[in-house]
Write a protein that binds this ligand. Structure first.
Ligand SMILES: [Zn+2]
Ligand SMILES: [Zn+2]
Length: 279
């Protein structure tokens, strides 16, 4: 049995047929799936879905993409604190297995609703707000003793520095996963040293840099994920991704690591169950 540790069945792309996607995953041997929240609405939706299907679990979080909507507001920090309060209330539900996804995203998006501000001042403010809401979620994970689902895009060491910063009082770094691994090998190495698990997605099948990182991840820290509806693996790249495709990621990784498919499946499933306490 495989676990898809990160998907967004709660996104619009699955509005009409998320249950069919869950069924297809079960038929493909994907017995457990974690639906990841990226703001208040999608976190609520993830919980509602997990209540309906016993192979689903939920996370509650606020993704750095959504900070952009707040930069023009005069009291952005107050807003962030309110968001964190709502996440905290939701996180008490028994379907909720992690805080996140949260983190830092410094990618310069073109022609996208996530396009960053053009001027330097707003860009700095955006980064600052991303760090603030990330910090609040790190503190929440520590308080609730839940793992963190960590998103990084082109911020690498700043992500890990932020975690160090918010945990420096007592040095208790929450457990967690660096989801959808990318970035430098130093980032991967430091993340492993901090105790994190590493999530690998379908882009490992076509992105040489991700493949090189995946080779270096010890089996006892590896988890597999799809990030559906994004990042469909080869040969389904142009299609909507879905949890059943985590099987393709697992097969690819078993070949890459020169181990049997069964061994990879057992190890990643055990890791996912341990990290997220899926029982
Ligand atoms: Zn992400
Ligand atoms: Zn995601």
């Amino acid at each position: 049995m495989l676990v898809d540790t990160h998907n967004h069945l709660n996104f619009e792309a699955f509005d009409k047929d998320w249950e069919a996607a869950v069924n297809r995953a079960s038929e493909a041997g994907v017995g457990k799936m974690i639906v990841v929240g990226t703001d208040i609405d999608t976190s609520l939706k993830a919980i509602a879905m997990a209540k309906q299907r016993k192979t689903l679990w939920a996370t509650v979080g606020f993704h750095p993409h959504h900070v952009k909507a707040l930069i023009k507001l005069p009291y952005a920090r107050v807003q962030l604190a309110q968001i964190t309060d709502q996440l905290k209330k939701m996180a008490r539900g028994k379907q909720v297995v992690a805080v996140g996804e949260c983190g830092l995203d410094y990618h310069t998006y073109q022609n996208s609703r996530h396009k960053h501000p053009d001027n330097g001042r707003d860009w700095e403010k955006l980064k600052d707000l991303q760090k603030q809401i990330f910090g609040m979620q790190i503190e929440l994970a520590r308080e609730l003793k839940l793992p963190l689902v960590i998103h990084n895009r082109e911020a690498d060491m700043e992500v890990l520095d932020a975690i160090d910063h918010f945990c420096k009082k007592d040095g208790n770094v929450p457990r967690g996963v660096l989801h959808c691994i990318s970035g430098s090998s130093e980032f991967l190495e430091k993340g492993l040293n901090m105790g994190f698990y590493i999530g690998v997605d379908g882009n490992v099948t076509y992105d040489g840099k991700v493949k090189a990182l995946a080779k270096k991840i010890p089996l006892e820290r590896l988890v597999v994920e799809t990030d559906s509806p994004y990042l469909a693996p080869k040969p389904r790249r142009r299609l909507r991704n879905e949890p059943a495709n985590v099987k393709i990621v697992a097969e690819f990784l078993a070949k890459l690591k020169n181990i049997s498919r069964e061994k990879l499946e057992q190890a990643t499933t055990k890791n996912a169950e341990r990290l997220f306490n899926l029982h």
